[in-house]
Design a protein around this ligand. Structure first.
Ligand code: AMP
Ligand code: FE
Ligand code: FE
Ligand code: ZN
Length: 289
């Protein structure tokens, strides 16, 4: 039954995906989804187009965003914000600041690559991103096209990931700030792909999620392309323990992550009830809507 499935985590050309927002929606329809949230990195620029396309196509849509938070290495923490108001001044202040942080980093990456004998320019990078928020996958795509690397993954391993020859960090905001800003923009903060926290053991993971719940976290992404069955079960149990919503998504990036298809996360589909529970919680915090 097509009504049964959704995808709550995907990227468009507004950040580091390769499909236009309306094309992500068209693909969602083709893949039999009844609900979609667009979660581009650091921007809601793709949301109006996707919302309009979803309305026309007759599928349900939630505005979303994905924000990288400042946590000690080697952890990465990404926070999803669902149902944020794309016109919220607080949200727009935050995205402006995050994009400025990227704008500081991008020339450093390009300069270092040039020093290493890799021919790449800021103009090429801007052309690759085509107006979207620039991320390392855009650099990786150029390196691949020009034959400097054998795959996107190889570009990260060799140059762009921590430990790579042209790695630079970008400014991030704290988990507390990100949670507050998502809440103040009318949205629900959800911890993306918990495995990327790289916690050392289950007790540490449990404590981290409890701390985030105390800060106002609303949910945990339990289904994700990185997750095995055992991980889905573990994250679901944690969400239940702390009264958090469960969400799920593929983390579709178009051809930037060729092995991920919209609506499927490591062989699993994402149940419609995850979408409905988010919408129900949103209407409870915003009774006017
Ligand atoms: P940025 O937003 O510039 O920090 O880049 C982060 C994005 O790069 C992530 O959201 C992924 O889409 C992608 N990414 C990060 N690490 C890797 C990796 N090792 N291989 C492929 N893609 C990656
Ligand atoms: Fe990404
Ligand atoms: Fe992420
Ligand atoms: Zn993502």
């Amino acid at each position: 039954m097509s009504e049964a499935w959704v995808d709550l985590h995907c990227h468009s050309i507004a950040s580091d995906g390769t499909f236009a927002p309306s094309d992500v929606v068209a693909l969602a329809v083709r893949n039999g989804l009844s609900g979609l949230a667009l979660t581009d990195h650091d921007t809601v620029a793709g949301v109006p187009e996707a919302a309009e396309a979803a309305r026309k196509a007759g599928i349900d849509f939630l505005a979303g965003i994905e924000i990288s938070c400042d946590v000690p290495k080697p952890a990465t923490m990404h926070l999803l914000g669902y149902g944020v108001d794309p016109r919220s001044p607080i949200l727009l202040d935050m995205t402006t600041r995050l994009i400025e942080g990227r704008n500081d980093r991008n020339p450093k990456i390009i300069n270092r690559l040039n020093e290493l004998g890799v021919t790449i320019s800021m103009e090429e990078l801007e052309a690759q991103a085509n107006g979207g928020v620039i991320g390392r996958p855009h650099v990786a795509a150029i390196l691949l096209r020009k034959g400097y690397v054998s795959s996107i993954k190889n570009a990260f391993d060799k140059y762009l990931a921590p430990g790579g020859a042209a790695y630079f960090d970008k400014e991030r905001i704290s988990p507390r700030q990100a949670i507050d800003m998502v809440r103040q923009s009318g949205g629900l903060p959800v911890l993306a792909h918990p495995s990327q926290l790289r916690t050392e053991n289950d007790a540490q993971l449990d404590r981290t999620i409890k701390d985030l719940a105390d800060l106002g976290l609303a949910g945990v992404e339990v289904i994700h392309s990185d997750n095995s069955e055992a991980m889905v079960a573990k994250y679901s149990a944690l969400a239940n323990r702390y009264g958090l919503l469960k969400t799920g998504g593929s983390d579709f990036h178009g051809t930037n992550k060729k092995d991920i298809s919209l609506g499927t996360a490591n062989g699993r589909r994402i149940p419609r009830e995850f979408f409905d529970a988010l919408v129900a919680r949103l209407s409870s915090i915003r009774p006017m809507l």
